[in-house]
Structures are given as C-alpha cells and as structure tokens.
Design a binder for this molecule. Structure first.
Ligand code: IMP
Length: 178
C-alpha cells in the first residue's frame, strides 16, 4: 500500500482492511456473548462511526437494534472542544441495554460531555465500543468496554474518519506522516 494525499497532507498505511475486519469480528463476538438475551440498543455516533457501525452490526447475531445520532467536537486536525448535537436521539433508552458505537476516542471530551445525558435517561446499562483509542491524547478519562485498537497520538483518516471532510471512503486506515 502506498502513501496517500488528503487535501495538503500525506498519510501512510496503518491498518489494513483485513486487520480491521478481523478485529471488528472479534469485538462483535464478545458483544454477542455478553448481550445474549438482552436485546441491546446500539447508538452509533455519526459521522465517523458509520462504517465501523455497519461492519460491526453485520457480525451481530443476537437480537439487537441500532440508531444513529450526530455530535461533533472536531474541526481540522485539532479538537475544538465544542460538542454540538445535530441529530437527536429518537429512541427511548430507559430500561434498555445501551452500547455506544464510536469511531475514535481522542481527548475523550465528546463522550464525557454526552454520557451524563444518556445516564440521565436511566438505561439499564451503558457501555462503549470504540474502534480506535489514542491513550496519549486522553484528557477526559473514559472507560472503553470494547476496544478495537489502541493507537499513537497521530491523526488518522479512512474507514469513516475524515480530514476536513475527505478520506471517509478509504477502506483502510492511514496515519499522518511526520
Ligand atoms: P474527542 O472528543 O477528542 O475524543 O474526539 C472524538 C472525535 O474527534 C471523534 O469521534 C472523531 O470524529 C474526531 N477525531 C479524533 N481524532 C481523530 C483522527 O485522528 N482522525 C479523524 N477524526 C478524529
């Protein structure tokens, strides 16, 4: 796999399609076991998690529901720290086992601001599945219950993740060079 350019920046191959799929399959298998008989509600956070949510959900074999909400805390390559809810939650989460699906936990700000709002609605349980986590960037500690990959504190694109709007359609994950 060769390096790619997204806007003005160069990115190098980091996680292949195969690596992503086999890890996501393993995550789904753990979820299938842990949530059997609980009819969990998956809440995927748009935009970045759409590919992860779609692939993970295909490996889910137990009864489960999924819905999508949209928050944003990111502009360019540095977190702006502003969390905005653009598409709200239209499914009742009271008395449901809720699993949040997030593409990447970076500073942890997005989830740490939003989780209390979910808790407030009294789900039976509230857990997090994240494809990627940058432990060195963590400012607001978040417990990730199902994690795909722990990655260095470098900007990544692909597999749903963008750099200023571009790169989401790439099948693999690429890391910023330098
Ligand atoms: P946090 O609030 O700092 O944890 O940021 C979480 C959000 O920032 C993610 O859902 C992504 O949308 C975005 N983000 C964080 N790191 C990256 C990255 O390396 N590439 C693309 N988007 C990122």
């Amino acid at each position: 796999m060769a390096n790619i350019k997204v806007h003005d920046k160069e990115f190098e191959p980091y996680l292949t399609d195969d690596q992503l799929q086999s890890r996501i399959k393993a995550m789904a298998e753990a979820i299938n076991t842990d949530y059997a008989g609980k009819k969990p509600l998956f809440i995927a956070i748009l935009n970045g998690s759409f590919m992860f949510a779609s692939d993970l959900f295909k490996y889910i074999t137990i009864d489960a529901e999924i819905c999508f909400i949209k928050l944003a805390s990111y502009k360019g390559t540095k977190s702006t720290g502003h969390v905005i809810t653009a598409i709200g939650l239209d499914t009742d989460i009271i008395d449901r086992h809720v699993l949040i699906l997030e593409d990447i936990v970076d500073t942890g700000k997005t989830l740490s601001e939003f989780l209390p709002q979910f808790q407030h609605q009294q789900p039976l349980s509230l857990k997090i599945a994240a494809l990627l986590h940058k432990p060195d960037a963590m400012v607001y500690p978040i417990k990730i219950d199902y994690l795909g990959f722990s990655i260095p504190n470098k900007f990544v694109v692909g597999y749903g993740l963008d750099y200023d709007g571009l790169g989401r359609n790439i099948k693999e994950i690429y890391q910023l060079v330098g």
